[in-house]
Design a protein around this ligand. Structure first.
Ligand code: HEC
Length: 250
């Protein structure tokens, strides 16, 4: 009995057992291939940014070099005047897009004096085509998509937004969002710090005798409140609410 390339199996092995072994063997190798498959490439997330950075300068709706626009997936697939659809789904190395990027085909893209596509991005494009060159759910212009730069968070800056001296010049009220401070100007010492003010403080004023201080505060477009405090203790004496926009003064 000639078993060719099949694993050596005893002649009296039951055919069904053999079949089971074979299925196991095939099943295993199949699973292995699946596990090695690269993560799916997403057009909007992975491909559009590449086209936007390296191609759209010459191939948008306004420029259309070679009559090709890459602004939408549909236009990319329509292709240019000489080569038509530059993508053969599932066949990256045969796709004109990849061949022109690697220089295998003319014209070489991007042109040689332009920023070239880095190897990692080229690999992403290839993988996308290999995986079937799936388009976006909503084919909008890649130039219209909101590009949000990843900016580092601003350092916490808490500027004062209001300041006022008492009439005798001995007290200074300083305020910012949610807070007000009363300072002794003679000794440059912080006397009171009041927190919990309901928004940005736009103005502070002392009463003529200096015993009270009023803060104009609130949230822009939402509500405005004037809060009256006892200067010495920082105690809230009264609140004048009911305004539908932030107070700019009191
Ligand atoms: C600096 C401008 C410029 C940039 C950037 C550029 N191209 Fe081009 N592209 C051209 C010009 C000009 C032509 C047509 C002239 C030619 O055939 O040489 C062309 C032609 C093409 C064609 C052939 C269209 C056809 O069927 O006739 C393809 C495909 C193409 N470009 C793809 C791309 C891709 C993909 C990118 C980005 C990776 C890119 N190009 C970047 C200028 C550019």
């Amino acid at each position: 009995m000639n078993r060719g390339l099949l694993p050596p199996i005893s002649d009296n092995l039951h055919p069904l057992t053999f079949l089971l072994l074979l299925t196991c063997f095939l099943g295993f190798s199949g699973g292995g291939v699946q596990a090695a498959e690269p993560a799916p490439v997403d057009y909007s997330r992975d491909i559009a940014p590449i086209l936007r950075s390296y191609c759209s300068g010459c191939h948008d709706d306004a420029q259309r070099e070679g009559k090709l626009s890459v602004e939408t997936f549909a236009q990319l697939r329509k292709g240019g005047e000489d080569h038509g659809d530059p993508i053969q789904p599932g066949k990256a190395t045969e796709s004109f897009l990849i061949r022109s990027l690697t220089g295998e085909a003319r014209p070489k893209m991007p042109p040689k004096d332009e920023p070239q596509i880095p190897a990692a991005e080229l690999a992403t494009l290839k993988r996308w085509i290999e995986q079937g060159a799936v388009g976006p759910a909503q084919d909008v212009s890649i130039l219209q998509e909101l590009v949000t730069p990843n900016l580092p968070a601003a350092r916490e800056a808490r500027p004062y937004s209001a300041a006022a001296y008492a009439q005798d010049g001995k007290r200074l009220a300083l305020a910012r969002t949610g807070e007000m401070e009363v300072w002794d100007t003679t000794h440059q010492a912080l006397l009171r710090s009041v927190s919990g003010l309901p928004g940005k403080v736009n103005a502070v004023h002392f009463s003529p005798d200096g015993a009270q201080v009023v803060a104009a505060t609130g949230v822009t477009g939402l509500r405005g409140v004037a809060q009256l405090f006892e200067t010495g203790t920082g105690k809230l004496i009264r609140e004048f609410g009911g305004h539908t926009d932030v107070l700019y003064d009191a």
